[in-house]
Ligand binder design. Structure first.
Ligand code: GNR
Ligand code: NI
Length: 175
């Protein structure tokens, strides 16, 4: 296992559309291990492979509470096959946009089809935090960030802040 760097806004790789996994081989299994190590270390409740620079349609998640047993979940090539008309609002954050939180409205219930680590097709009707998180992660696979769902004013403000921070960090590194 290896701890990997998480890409931060405005890294352009976060806008890439990730490629489906054709075969769940040892490279995919290694990627999943690295994703869990990186996600738990962060700590975060979900991670898309592109957040560690791998444009593959792989998502890791663990929605268990700190004090409870771990519940690692893997979604390969996840797809939303149905969504409710009913919407739900939830405050979201993203490891690629650290320390920024904003309310996002999304379908309250989504049916997600995906492959498990054994390559078996699975389907889940997601509600609550699972629905929020899986939609947030599938967005990443399509190059979409949660700030794309908030007002342009707020999005422009946070984007500018991160562009400025990246410029300062690059300047400091050069000195
Ligand atoms: O750790 C995370 N928490 C979170 C909280 C509310 C809605 C979505 C998330 S996902 C986020 C980790 C992350 O950036 N995944 O892509
Ligand atoms: Ni995210």
């Amino acid at each position: 296992m290896a701890l990997r760097d998480i890409l931060i806004l405005p890294d352009k790789r976060l806008r890439q559309v990730s490629k489906p996994v054709a075969k769940i081989d040892s490279a995919v299994k290694k990627l999943v291990e690295d994703m869990f190590e990186t996600m738990y270390d962060a700590p975060g409740i979900g991670l898309a492979a592109i957040q560690i620079g791998e444009p593959r349609r792989v998502v890791t998640m663990d929605l268990s509470k700190k004090e409870d047993e771990k519940q690692p979940q893997v979604f390969i090539n996840p797809e939303i096959v149905a969504e409710s008309d009913e919407k739900s609002a939830h405050e979201e954050g993203c490891l690629s946009i650290p320390e920024y939180y904003e309310e996002v409205e999304r379908p309250a219930v989504v049916t997600v089809k995906y492959l498990d680590l054994d390559g078996k097709v699975q389907q889940v009707e997601a509600t609550g935090l699972l629905a929020v998180c899986i939609q947030h992660e599938i967005d990443h696979l399509n190059g979409v960030l949660f700030i794309d769902h908030i007002s342009k004013l707020k999005r422009d403000r946070v984007t500018k802040k991160f562009i400025k921070a990246a410029k300062l960090a690059a300047k400091d590194a050069a000195e």
